[in-house]
Design a binder for this molecule. Structure first.
Ligand code: C5P
Length: 366
């Protein structure tokens, strides 16, 4: 059998899955805390956070992609033009840079623009959801992305689902529904309490709408990214760089729009509006999100989507316990019931994985 790539003797496959589970719960909690711990007037800009995430993730991916480039030695050993005048080290560096830019700006790089735009929308929606829902409620409801991922896999990848899997998707919807009903009742009381206390008040309806929209983009972007990745030879890290590059423009758009409508009126510069109230918790949220993007890429590479589902469902349990401990989250019987149904549905869905039919009609989609 093949030896798996490992770190400190632990296969990267398992390391990345555990990292994703821990990252998922950490992000939900830190993002929620960073949004609701300050009064609305002192909230940092989510658009800036999304942009920072893409810049940092893109830079790290670029460095990894660069370190993985293996140019054919002939070009710099022979010392042909245009490298003849350079020292061997500089020659090697130039060849690698040229090779990397050729890979990044490949003919098919435009394909990444679709998941890039979708992920930017999704990452912005996550902040709306985290600001308006309890961390654990957000986490459970966000599991609906398994449903959208399945739907887009059937539609775009022509994946076949077993009866058990369709049944588990139904369970998932029921479980999420139960959690939602309970949260809606709970929130009217907590909204009234927080309004009198002068802290950030949450609007669960707005939160749920944001989660549903984010589930839709997550499914579509994920399946599209998988389709691009599995239909070409390009390196995963190069694809990540392309994804970040195409994210820059849509990530910048809301900032420019914001600056135009608010910043310009009070006569502030772009950077001061951009990083207003951008404290330690905002940076912590951004870095955990950067880690998530990189780990997601590793899970796709060293593992598969089936195990990714397990990691995410494990993170629900971690988030629950942390929410109870950190935010005084009330775990009611309906919440536990709904969450248990979601966990069982996730487990059931992963029991009989149907093979992904990758023999798709490339011409029609790519
Ligand atoms: O919830 P979901 O699994 O759809 O979230 C994926 C997250 O990972 C998004 O925030 C997206 O920006 C990020 N991502 C990434 N690089 C990839 C795939 C996803 O940064 N190759």
């Amino acid at each position: 059998s093949q030896t798996l790539p490992s770190l400190w003797g632990i296969p990267l496959k398992y390391l990345s899955l555990v990292a994703l589970a821990v990252q998922n719960s950490a992000l939900t909690i830190i993002m929620h805390y960073s949004r609701v711990s300050t009064p609305p007037s002192r909230t940092y800009s989510a658009a800036t956070a999304v942009l920072m995430n893409e810049i940092l993730k893109g830079t790290i991916s670029l460095l990894i992609a660069f370190s993985r480039i293996e140019p054919s030695p002939s070009a710099y050993e022979v010392g042909q033009a245009p490298y003849a005048s350079q020292r061997p080290f500089a020659r090697r560096l130039l060849v690698r840079l040229r090779e990397l830019s050729r890979e990044i700006f490949s003919q098919d790089c435009w394909k990444l623009s679709i998941p890039a735009i979708l992920y930017v929308i999704q990452n912005n929606l996550q902040y709306v959801a985290a600001s308006n829902l309890e961390a654990a409620t957000f986490q459970v409801t966000y599991q609906m992305k398994i449903l959208t991922t399945a739907a887009f896999s059937v539609l775009l990848l022509r994946k076949k689902l077993s009866t058990t899997q369709w049944l588990s998707l139904l369970f998932l919807a029921v479980g999420v529904g139960i959690v939602q009903i309970q949260s809606g009742v709970d929130k009217s009381a907590s909204m009234a309490a927080s309004a009198t206390a002068g802290v950030h008040s949450m609007n669960p309806m707005k939160g749920f709408l944001a989660v549903f929209a984010a589930c839709f983009t997550s499914g579509l972007a994920g399946v599209y990214f998988e389709m691009v990745l599995k239909n070409s030879q390009a390196d995963l890290w190069v694809r990540n760089v392309q994804l970040s590059l195409f994210s820059l423009l849509p990530a910048f758009a809301p900032i420019i729009f914001d600056q135009h409508t608010t910043g310009a009126q009070i006569g502030k510069g772009l950077t001061s509006t951009l990083f207003e109230n951008f404290g330690a918790w905002a940076w912590a949220t951004v870095w955990v999100q950067v880690l998530g993007g990189l780990v997601t890429a590793m899970v796709i590479k060293y593992s598969d989507n089936i195990l990714k589902g397990f990691a995410t469902s494990l993170s629900i349990v971690i988030s629950f316990l942390a929410s109870v401990a950190l935010f005084d989250f009330q775990m009611t019987i309906t919440f536990v019931l709904g969450s248990v149904i979601v966990l069982i549905a996730t487990w059931l869905y992963n029991q009989h994985p149907a093979r992904i039919n990758l023999a798709i009609n490339k011409e029609s989609w790519m």
